[in-house]
Ligand binder design. Structure first.
Ligand code: HEC
Length: 429
């Protein structure tokens, strides 16, 4: 089986592969050998230069120090108890795995785990994977993982490219997924009712129901059993020893944000990779056919535009599942996240929450401010910004954007004009 194409049992039921993963090992991406450009690589450089230190704590190892160095808030903690990831044998409903994240990086922690697991948004590779041994060391070293993470993280579920994952599965008391009952891949388009199987969820959400906090007793018919006891849970003490974790929360708003952003990161990565591959292919074609080096081919342009359009749709929350709120978390996540800004001249920010009918007040992802978005190759960046501009100015009213009211479009347009650096000139009033 190919290095990138192996697919664990659980993920086999997902969408068909969009890319030919082995291509990533070749020019122009060279996934295994190319230099990484992400916050973990930068931290390693600081550690090597003696400019950063990672303290090792008895109970959580490098976790607290790593989160601090990477500026990942503790309030982002979410807890997953399905045995669906690398350190399976450590994960049960009594010993969930914790995940922490910010706009650039995700950190996974298992109690008594051998390693910390890290996935980082990378401007060169798309997504890079690392482990850090949970052993005290004077000079801790991250290991860049080129194979074993990708068996799951570069599967059909991530379009065949290295990418982030959230799944929702019916989970039994040992943490094993009840696969016969089906499973869901989660993004901001997932209905509330299909989210969080195998996850703890703290927060209130009115009458709408989800699959969180549910340890399935009747494996033969989980759907019939139902999850009445899993709704509107605000503390987890009765379910496992919360004191083993850095916080007692698995905040519902953090989960909603995580699920928006993993797919958004995947689409940014795909746009970057598709563009570089298309341009590379074009250059080869021109060389082989003796055409001028700058000759453009429609097939390459279409591939780039397609990747840009998919990104625009997601950035503007096309297909977002409706909330029947109000939804409120239990930790400081929402407050801290919203406070990060930036704000426009009227004090508005893309990080302001709605949490009544949708996740955010202004339906445009804050990931437009991320380094990965800023670093997109010119062709796809231009396509993305042009299409966004057309949608936000009301020239493009195509069906994927029917959810945007005139007021939404104007507000997002104004916020971006004020806050997003380096917009092309046609964005000005
Ligand atoms: C057996 C499949 C599998 C393997 C192997 C695997 N993961 Fe994952 N990973 C998952 C799944 C599924 C999730 C979604 C959360 C969950 O179910 O635990 C996930 C989530 C994550 C997350 C949270 C954010 C994200 O990127 O989705 C991180 C970080 C992560 N994995 C890191 C790693 C690293 C690093 C490796 C390799 C050292 C790795 N994983 C290997 C299945 C796997």
């Amino acid at each position: 089986m190919s290095r990138f194409g192996v697919c664990c049992l659980l993920l086999a039921a997902a969408a068909p592969a969009a890319a030919q993963p082995d291509e990533l090992d070749r020019e122009p991406i060279n996934y295994r050998t190319a230099k990484a450009d992400n916050v973990v690589a930068a931290l390693q450089t600081r550690i090597n230069a003696g400019k950063a230190r990672l303290a090792f704590a008895d109970d959580h190892g490098y976790l607290p120090a790593l989160l601090k160095e990477l500026d990942v808030p503790l309030s982002s903690q979410v807890l997953v108890f399905s045995r669906t990831s690398l350190q399976r044998e450590r994960i049960t409903p009594k010993t969930p795995r914790a995940i922490y994240f910010n706009d650039d990086v995700y950190v996974g922690f298992c109690l008594r785990g051998d390693v910390l697991e890290v996935s980082a948004v990378d401007t060169n590779l798309g997504t890079a994977y690392y482990t850090l041994d949970q052993q005290p060391d004077a000079a801790p070293r991250f290991t860049r993982e080129r194979d074993r993470c990708l068996t799951c993280h570069a599967s059909p579920a991530t379009g065949g490219m290295p990418g982030h994952l959230v799944r929702s599965v019916f989970t039994d008391r040992t943490g094993l997924p009840v696969l016969s009952a089906g499973s869901f891949r989660t993004s901001h388009t997932s209905p509330f009712s299909e989210r969080w199987g195998g996850w703890y969820v703290t927060g209130t959400h009115g009458r709408q129901t989800h699959m969180g906090n549910w340890v399935v007793a009747n494996e033969a018919a989980p759907r019939a059993e139902g999850n009445a006891g899993g709704q509107n849970v605000t503390e987890l003490k009765s379910r496992f020893t919360v004191a083993n974790y850095l916080t007692p929360h698995s905040d519902i708003v953090a989960l909603l944000v995580l699920e928006h952003q993993i797919e958004c990161h995947n689409r940014i990565a795909r746009a970057m990779i598709a563009t570089r591959q298309a341009r590379h292919y074009e250059a080869m074609l021109n060389k082989n056919l003796g055409e001028p080096a700058d000759k453009k081919w429609d097939s390459a342009t279409r591939r780039i535009e397609g990747a840009g359009d998919q990104l625009v749709e997601y950035l503007l929350f096309s297909g977002e599942a409706k909330l029947d709120g109000p939804v409120a978390g239990t930790s400081d996540f929402a407050k801290e996240f919203a406070a990060r800004g930036p704000v426009d001249k009227k004090g508005r920010s893309l990080r302001e929450f709605d949490l009544r009918t949708r996740l955010f007040k202004y339906p445009c992802s804050y990931l437009v401010y991320s380094k990965a978005f800023a670093a997109l190759p010119a062709g796809v960046k231009e396509r993305t910004l042009r299409r966004m501009h057309a949608v936000l100015t009301g020239q493009d009213t195509s069906p994927p954007f029917a959810h945007l009211s005139a007021a939404d479009r104007t507000a997002v347009l104004e916020i971006l004009r004020d806050t997003l650096p380096d917009l092309p000139r046609y964005w000005a009033r």
